[in-house]
Design a protein around this ligand. Structure first.
Ligand code: F6R
Length: 356
């Protein structure tokens, strides 16, 4: 299976730094001069008034991360839409629609595109299958370069979609005059650091995730919290956990905790917190711990300098703390293995969902 694990999912998680490197080798050199954007035949960013990103499941989460790039770097009004809920969407002209689907065959996505009036704008397909129905249907296609993904649960395609999307968006924005230059520069540096950040997370969490799964194997429910750009990774963590382990998992904006979900927290309730550097998370964590909840923080800001551990505020990239998905994937897989689930083929699910 080309990896150290007996299951595809474990190997595909491990492959993520290589996938990130492949995406960056292919696309990063043509970001700055807008060549990547132009090669796709997309209209200049000045001619785009809004962006709508469409997808389902994990691809929708990648889409939410990508929406953050258009919104934060370009300040373009951007929304991420659940494809199955897009039927009554009001489409406006000069909209860039980015349709995200690793398989390119997801019926909900194709149906959402059927609802677009003619002359609404441009459809860009971001997919791992450039020979798919979605690719044929779109005005422009970008391959997310993940390579074949066999595990039903999307892992490396998620990372590939976020990075491919970020490269494309940053390319268009770089030459647009609409980009916030400081945010753009920070994003370009973060992009280059991504493969190392992903492999750092793999090394830091491999054993920890296994130990944690052993500890939490009897937990019946899990909460995942995040703020800002971190929220999407909390959502992805909860989705991976439920599909692989068949345990209940919810994600919430940490600020919503006090408006309801805090009632779920009891002695020992596992609460994953995706740390994107927002200092308000410290208060959220204190609220959980005061009720006896067990906080597992991913994406720590702690940095060791000369033997001292410093808590540094971090301004993360506009797509959020991508490397935090790694511990969440690892934990879900470890818990599922302990519960004797088939991690490559969770019950009731299919790799390609061709019914709407
Ligand atoms: C979750 C998962 C699904 C898919 C969703 C969309 O791990 O794999 O949620 O992300 O069915 O599939 P694609 O990307 O093929 O459109």
């Amino acid at each position: 299976r080309g990896g150290r694990h007996d299951d595809h999912m474990g190997n595909e998680i491990d492959e993520q730094p290589v996938v990130a490197r492949r995406v960056l080798d292919a696309l990063a050199p043509s970001i700055r001069d807008g060549a990547l954007w132009n090669r796709l035949g997309l209209p200049p960013v000045e001619e785009i008034d809004r962006v709508a990103v469409l997808g389902c499941g994990t691809s929708l989460h990648a889409g939410r991360a990508l929406a953050g790039v258009f919104a934060r770097v370009g300040r373009i009004p951007t929304r991420a839409l659940t494809a199955s809920e897009a039927a009554h969407e009001v489409w406006e002209p000069r909209t860039l629609v980015v349709a995200m689907s690793q398989s390119g065959e997801t019926a909900d996505v194709l149906r959402a595109l059927d609802g677009l009036p003619s002359g609404h704008g441009t459809v860009l397909a971001l997919t791992n299958n450039t020979a798919s129905s979605l690719a044929r249907r779109a005005d422009a296609v970008i391959d997310c370069l993940a390579g074949p993904e066999i595990g039903v649960a999307a892992t490396k395609t998620f990372v590939a979609q976020v990075l491919t999307g970020a490269c494309v968006a940053l390319s268009g924005l770089s030459v647009s005059g609409r980009a916030d230059a400081a945010v753009l520069d920070a994003d370009l540096s973060a992009l280059a650091a991504t493969p190392d950040a992903l492999s750092g997370a793999l090394h830091a969490w491999r054993d920890r995730a296994a130990d944690l799964a052993a500890d939490l194997v009897t937990a019946s429910g899990f909460l995942f919290l995040g703020r800002g750009a971190g929220l999407v990774y909390a959502a992805e963590g909860a989705l991976k956990l439920k599909e692989l382990s068949y345990r209940w998992a919810e994600h919430h904006a940490a600020g919503e905790l006090k408006h309801g979900p805090l009632a779920l927290v009891d002695a020992g309730t596992p609460v994953f917190v995706v740390d994107d550097g927002d200092p308000r998370l410290d208060v959220d964590i204190a609220e959980v711990e005061a009720r006896g909840g067990r906080v597992i923080r991913v994406g720590e800001r702690a940095l060791r300098v000369g033997g001292l551990s410093l808590q540094l505020p971090r301004t993360g990239p506009s797509w959020g703390p991508l490397e935090t998905v790694v511990p969440l994937q690892l934990f879900s897989r470890e818990l599922a293995l302990r519960l004797q689930r088939n991690v490559d083929k969770p019950r009731n699910l299919a790799k390609s969902v061709t019914v709407a």
